[in-house]
Write a protein that binds this ligand. Structure first.
Ligand code: DHB
Ligand code: FE
Length: 284
């Protein structure tokens, strides 16, 4: 199957991602939030890795200067959130989940926007009147590790549309489109009506896309739903759900798929798809 949807422009998504990231950070500077011992330990190890690569790959002055120029362009293009989330975050998530005993997590990515519409379940995600795509009814229950339902759990969901665009990061998509915080009922159950997203392509016209092309990689993520599931007294989980048989599942450019996170929607008979997925949270 060929995927023909247009790609979001790097300038649109990249610079907004930097703004969105800044908005979620407190004003405290890095020096105030990370203790000096950790800065020293982590940065020393990081630099040692770079030094080792320069020696083992016999990196030339030309390549060093090209790298410097590239890093300047990543900043100027506002693409640090894209670059880091696509190539680095999956390992941070892997380390963070070492002691977790709940639903598998995945990366947050650069397109989370807090403060979306809060809707009681059953809910329909805000969408344009002519929103394209196969209707998906996504339902399930949020429970603790003992199987007890978590009443009023919040399912914060965001996704690309049927063309691979995220609201807030593509100028033609209205703010809040295909984003909401859905509040589960007294039994922790939720039902969310939405459309199936398309695979997502890293914008090819910015520095992240340039690197992907220069290295001969591909810029695709398989179609996915983003979720941040929380309940009072419980540790929130950030995860993503994918679709069985979806393109790029086995070669996600962000390395963020897991076998436990693949949905298998069924045709409900009227051309719409339905799928259930339960979330398990552990105590905070
Ligand atoms: C990126 C985009 C995504 O939609 C995502 O889920 C993860 C990473 C990115 O462009 O870096
Ligand atoms: Fe995404």
């Amino acid at each position: 199957m060929t995927t023909t949807q247009p790609s979001p422009t790097a300038a649109g998504s990249g610079s907004s991602a930097t703004e969105a990231f800044r908005a979620t950070r407190s004003t405290a500077s890095t020096a105030q939030t990370v203790p000096p011992e950790r800065v020293s330990a982590v940065v020393s190890s990081l630099l040692a890795g770079i030094h080792r690569t320069i020696r083992s790959e016999s990196v030339t002055y030309d390549e060093f200067q090209a790298a410097k120029q590239y890093l300047i362009e990543v900043g100027e293009g506002g693409e640090w959130p894209l670059l880091l989330d696509v190539f680095v975050e999956h390992v941070v998530e892997d380390v963070a989940s070492r002691d977790q005993n709940c639903t598998k997590g995945s990366i947050l990515g650069p397109y989370y926007l807090p403060g979306q519409a809060r809707l009681d379940s059953p809910a329909t995600l805000p969408a344009r009147p002519d929103e394209r795509g196969t209707t998906l009814v996504f339902s399930g229950q949020v429970r603790d590790t003992l199987g007890n339902p978590l009443p009023g759990a919040a399912v914060d969901i965001w996704q690309a549309d049927e063309q691979g665009y995220y609201s807030g990061f593509a100028p033609h998509v209205p703010d809040g489109n295909l984003r909401a915080v859905v509040v589960a009922d007294r039994e922790g159950r939720f039902e969310i009506r939405t459309v199936e997203p398309a695979p997502y392509q890293i914008p090819t016209d910015g520095p992240t896309g340039t690197l992907i092309e220069a290295a001969g990689w591909h810029p695709w993520r398989p179609a996915h739903l983003h979720l941040l599931v929380s309940a009072s007294g419980m540790r929130p989980i950030t995860t993503q759900l994918y679709f069985r048989g979806g393109e790029w599942l086995d070669s996600d450019v962000a390395t963020a798929t897991k076998p436990e996170l693949i949905l298998d929607p069924v045709d409900a008979g009227d051309g719409t798809h339905a799928v259930e997925y339960d979330f398990v949270l552990e105590r905070a």
